[in-house]
Every structure is written in C-alpha cells, then in structure tokens.
Design a binder for this molecule. Structure first.
Ligand SMILES: Cc1cc2nc3c(=O)[nH]c(=O)nc-3n(C[C@H](O)[C@H](O)[C@H](O)COP(=O)(O)OP(=O)(O)OC[C@H]3O[C@@H](n4cnc5c(N)ncnc54)[C@H](O)[C@@H]3O)c2cc1C
Length: 452
C-alpha cells in the first residue's frame, strides 16, 4: 500500500556549502511513492538526492522538490556470484560493512564512503583504480529507474534495448530519472588490509613520471601534491589488497572491518582558521610525515581510501563562504595544465591542503561520464579567495582547448558554454534524456546553470 509522502521546506547545499537554495524535501521509503511523486510533478520541479556529497548544487532544485533516497537502503549480498543488490539510498559505508567481512570489496570507491549507490551511479564516480578498472558504472549489472513518466524501468549495459538509457543515466546527474535499485559486481579480497608503497618526490615532473609507470604495476595509485610548493613536491601512494599471507600476524581476523576505530584521521586537518599560513604548515608536516620511500606497509581500508571521513563536517573549516573543488580531466598531451593550474592557484593565493592528482584510463560509453585517458587534478579552494572565479574561467578555456573537461559532481561554477564545448557527446545524452523524461520533470540548480 502506498503511503502519502510528507515533505517540508528546507534549505540545501552541496558539500562545498556554496549556493544554498530552498525546496520541499521528501524521504520516500517505497518505490510506489517515488513513482507517484514523479507522475504528478510539473516540468523542471524534481531531483533525487543521496548524501549531498557532490560539491556544488546538482542535488538541489530551487523552488521544487528534492527526493532524498536514503531510506531506500536495503543491501543483499550474493556471495556465490560476487555481486550485491542495493537500494539506491544505501551508502558505500553500509555496503562495506556487509561485504568486507564476507571477503569482498567495492569495485570502485571515491575518496569518501559517505555517498549513496544512486549518487555513485548518477555521477559515475571514479577511484584510485580508474587507470585499470574504470569508473563505477563499468561494474553495474543493472539498475532500476523511475523515469519521467513515473514508470519503473530495468536498464542494463548488456541489454541492447536498454544500454543507451543505462549509459545516459550513468553520469547523468539524476536528470534521466530516479535510480531506485542497482546490482553491481564486487572484488573478492582475502584481507581487509591494503599493502601500500609510499614515495616522496621533491618535484612534480618526477612525481608524474612515476605515476605513469605505476599505472602498469599497481591497482590503486594517487598522489597528494603540496599546492603551495613552487616545485610541486608530493607524495605518491600505490597499493593493492594484501593477501592472507601478507597479513598473517597483523590481525586476528583478516577480514576485520571497523572504520570508526581504524580511521585515525582527525590529526590530518590544518587547525584553526584556514589561510596560507595554516595550510603551509599543514602541507609541510604532511610532506615530512611521509617516508621518503616505504614498501608494503599494511593500512586499513579507511585511512587509505577515505582519510577524511574520520572528521565529521570538515567542510565547515572554510567558513561561511564555503569552498569549491576545481577538478579537471585532460589527455596526456595536456599534462602541462597540471603545472599551469597549480601555479595559477598559487598566484591568486588560493591555499589548498587537499590537492590530488590521479591517472585516468579509457572512458566508458556514458556520454556525460567524466574520465578520459590522461590526468585528473582536484584542488579544494575557499570560495572567498579574491579573483578566484575569473582565474578559473581562464583555466576552463585552457582545459577545453586541450580537449579536457570539468567533473560535474565537483562543479559549482562552470558555464553552459564550457560544458557544451567540453562534453562532445552532449547531444547523444540529450536525445536519451528526452526519451526517458519527455515532460522534462527532472531538473536541478546545476542543470539550470549549465543548461542541461
Ligand atoms: C570528501 C569527498 C571526496 C570525494 N572523492 C571523490 C572521488 O574520489 N571520486 C569521485 O568520483 N567523486 C568523489 N567525490 C564526489 C562524490 O563521490 C559524488 O559527488 C557522489 O555523487 C556523491 O553521492 P551522494 O550520494 O552524496 O549524492 P548527492 O551529492 O546527493 O547527489 C549527486 C548527484 O547524484 C544524483 N543522485 C543521487 N541519488 C540519486 C538517485 N537515487 N537517482 C538518481 N540520481 C541520483 C543527484 O541528483 C545529483 O545530481 C567526493 C566527495 C567528497 C565530499
């Protein structure tokens, strides 16, 4: 029996806490409630939301209705077939608590486990293994979507009749419908520890050369870069799941998983007010803390994959103006834009303690999927830095010129022109979107800004 969906007016932001807007917020717990909300919605009035970890405003719908999916959160592990079926509102955190003790890991995990399965598919999130294993949607067997007519559809990348709709939904930022359930494959593991090799580099070119080499030898790789250091020094950490033999004597239960006890992250953040001096002190300490070279260090899942999750609400250290993350992907031929961007951010005095460089492998068939072979740089910066927005507009030009693009899940400022230029398969996505949502029910503050 369908129960009436209650709602209340709420002001929402993304993780960066910029651009608040007010909408009616509902938390459906049954698919029928979602179908009925969609069927009775007016054009451009509805968007799904997960845990609000996208930085900008894709999970907001000013003056409309936001369907928060977190109560649709069942998790069913199929160990025999190495896959899991989840409600779209189940968080990666909740999924990990079920699958790790059973000897499985997520095929892809972003830098936080506080995202939902729906959010992971809608943004087609990537992790430290994109160079070898692609993004989240590459591992999804099927998903169920409530389309713009309120109809429940089963979409699968392996079914020619629904593959295009599936790939428009993966990376489609909630604009093709509401994902309510998905089944995806898992990685079998024999321990919950990661064997990590760490190397410190005094300058960026050497770091980047080592990252290209690491592509072939490591499942996971990521570099932290000291954004304030003119040479671009950094720390490269590469890893893979440790075998049973490697963890012998280290843990009574090799598949033990308790992220709270193991996080150990609070000392990570610069203390007090965030400014060039506190970030400089933090970056210095962070660089020095890393060994020049260390091999096969055993680390728990949380410190390696989700180091900031141990500090709740760390996004508040940027103060009331909030912050944004500038994340682009560029082909190998435009590797110089990593230098250019870091230098430009230093020039306007935008201190960043979280600047991360990763390698990307091949794109997937999603017309709006972000990754492309080459480099991705992500830098968190305070939205209050004078001249920042003008500078980023100039950098956008160079990124687009080089055949690169910005990540919609991190975006809070790019223009419609930038999006149009940098996502060359946008027209394909628009065609599929029109089929899935002919009345144009789904929209978001992001969609309004970039004219999606
Ligand atoms: C600390 C931190 C680290 C991060 N690291 C990474 C990283 O390494 N790699 C990466 O790719 N991303 C990363 N992200 C971004 C994050 O993974 C994505 O923004 C993700 O989409 C957030 O999921 P969510 O459940 O919070 O979704 P929300 O932020 O609530 O929504 C994001 C988008 O998904 C849509 N959506 C959500 N649920 C549904 C649904 N059920 N049906 C249809 N559409 C839906 C929304 O409409 C919106 O467009 C990071 C974010 C943070 C805060």
């Amino acid at each position: 029996m369908t129960t009436t969906l209650s709602n209340h007016s709420t002001t929402l932001t993304g993780w960066g806490r910029t651009d608040p807007s007010t909408a009616l917020l509902c938390s459906p717990s049954a698919v029928e409630q979602i179908q009925s909300a969609v069927a009775t919605a007016t054009p451009a009035s509805l968007i799904a939301r997960g845990l609000g970890r996208a930085y900008g405003n894709p999970a907001q719908c000013s003056g409309g209705t936001v369907l928060e999916l977190t109560e649709v959160n069942h998790i069913q592990l199929d160990a025999a077939n190495g896959c899991v079926t989840c409600g779209a509102g189940a968080s990666l955190d909740a999924v990990l608590r079920v699958i790790v003790p059973a000897g499985f890991f997520l095929p892809v995990t972003p830098g936080t486990r506080n995202v939902t399965i729906g959010g992971a598919i809608a943004a087609d999130v990537h992790g430290k293994n994109h160079h070898g294993e692609g993004s989240f949607a590459n591992h999804v067997h099927w998903l169920k979507l409530v389309d713009g007519n309120g109809q429940l559809r089963l979409l699968s990348p392996s079914d020619p009749a629904t593959a295009e709709a599936f790939w428009a939904t993966a990376g489609g930022m909630g604009l093709t419908g509401v994902i309510v359930e998905a089944c995806f494959r898992l990685i079998p593991i024999s321990s919950s520890l990661i064997s990590v090799d760490t190397t410190r580099f005094r300058e960026l070119d050497a770091l980047m050369a080592a990252m290209v080499e690491a592509d072939a030898s490591y499942r996971y790789s990521v570099a932290w870069v000291d954004s304030l250091n003119p040479a671009g020094r950094g720390v490269l950490t590469c890893g893979d799941h440790a075998s049973r033999e490697q963890v012998e004597g280290h843990a009574a239960d090799p598949l033990h998983y308790d992220p709270k006890a193991l996080a150990g992250a609070p000392s990570l953040l610069p203390g007090g007010l965030l400014n060039t001096w506190t970030v400089r002190a933090f970056n210095e300490a962070w660089y020095r803390k890393a060994p020049k070279q260390r091999e096969e260090e055993l680390q728990a899942i949380s410190p390696y994959f989700h180091p900031l999750d141990g500090v709740s609400n760390w996004n508040r250290i940027y103060g009331p103006a909030g912050f944004l993350q500038y994340q682009f992907a560029v082909p190998d031929a435009a590797a110089h834009l990593v230098h250019t961007t870091l230098e430009a951010l230093r020039r306007v005095g935008a201190p960043s303690f979280l600047t991360v460089l990763k390698r990307f492998g091949p794109s997937n068939p999603g017309p709006l999927s972000f990754p492309m072979p080459g480099w991705t740089l992500a830098a968190d910066v305070s939205a209050a830095v004078p001249g920042l927005f003008e500078l980023l507009d100039q950098l956008d030009e160079q990124v687009a010129e080089a055949g690169g693009r910005l990540y919609l899940a991190k975006d809070s400022r790019q223009s419609a022109t930038m999006l149009e230029r940098s996502y060359p398969r946008l027209h394909e996505w628009r065609q599929q979107r029109a089929l899935l949502d002919p009345r144009g029910v789904f929209s978001s503050d992001l969609a309004q800004r970039v004219k999606l």
